[in-house]
Design a protein around this ligand. Sequence first.
Ligand SMILES: N[C@@H](CCC(=O)N[C@@H](CS)C(=O)NCC(=O)O)C(=O)O
Length: 218
Amino acid sequence: MSASAPVLYSFRRCPYAIRARLALAASGLSVRVREVTLRNKPPELLRASPKGTVPVLVLAGGGVIDESLGIMRWALGQSDPDNWLRADAAETARLIAQNDGPFKHALDHYKYPDRYAGEGAAPSARRSAGMDILADLNARLIAGGGQLFGPAPTFADVALFPFVRQFAATDPDFWARAVPQPLQDWLAGHTGSARFHAVMARLAPWQPGEAEPLLTGG
Ligand SMILES: N[C@@H](CCC(=O)N[C@@H](CS)C(=O)NCC(=O)O)C(=O)O
């Protein structure tokens, strides 16, 4: 049975891969996980998806989904026991576009200031660009009673928090000092969940011929 389970090419710390693994786990589907080293991508991954990003899901019938949001939608389209797809689609799309676009841009500049030193903007300016977006999220958390669309998580919470986690980890003292409590609580709730711990298990990089560990629901 597991031999027909879809294969997920993944990278443990990648926020795109984390959101995909969380949705797959929430759906309860069985998936074989191939942990990838980004500097040494397996040819099997590049054959399935030549653009060479993770996550990539290869379905039993040979279909390939090589975008994290597509993997999330596919998994939850099969089974969505926590009802993550219930939130307003247009507002969910707006929050994700804001996250994957300007927030990711600000995050990369804040996290890797040396890489972007030539562009001239100070890391503190990038951090404050990220903080402006986080203020928007925080207002939603207050209005919703803990999550972006009410008291329980939906697709957008899961799609966004792995990126906010990276922002928080860039300067934990700043995060604890300067970020509003609802946002801190929201992140801590997601990173403290049993499901998050399950999908963050450390896996050795996959080698051809090796059996893959299964990611199962929970
Ligand atoms: N839009 C893609 C982005 C995925 C992405 O950029 N993943 C990064 C790792 S976090 C990657 O694979 N980069 C290629 C590389 O570093 O070689 C998605 O949502 O799946």
